[in-house]
Design a protein around this ligand. Structure first.
Ligand SMILES: [Zn+2]
Length: 93
């Protein structure tokens, strides 16, 4: 996927990396020009559990619960990202 950096307008191909920080899997990429960090998602045990549940619900075709489950995952991932930004946990990426 090709993206444009918000910071320097450089256009580049995303090259994702994954790193474990405090038992949380952080998926991210950096601008090839200015090195600006972009966090794609943060996954902890809770999210892994919800992702498994999501797959099950998909099989069962339970649309309403599937939606709630997806919302849980998104909210929790955003919350983790905010918390980690506040703690400056991404400084070594
Ligand atoms: Zn940039």
């Amino acid at each position: 996927m090709i993206v444009t950096c918000n910071e320097c307008n450089n256009t580049f191909e995303i090259n994702c990396d994954m790193k474990l920080i405090n038992d949380i899997e952080v998926t991210y990429f950096k601008c090839s020009e200015c090195n600006k960090l972009y966090i794609i998602c943060c996954v902890d045990e809770y999210i892994k559990k919800e992702q498994r549940r999501y797959k099950e619900l998909k099989k069962l075709k339970n649309e309403s619960l599937k939606k709630i489950c997806h919302k849980n995952i998104t909210l929790h991932s955003n919350m983790l990202k905010k918390k980690m930004l506040k703690e400056n946990a991404f400084k070594d990426l």
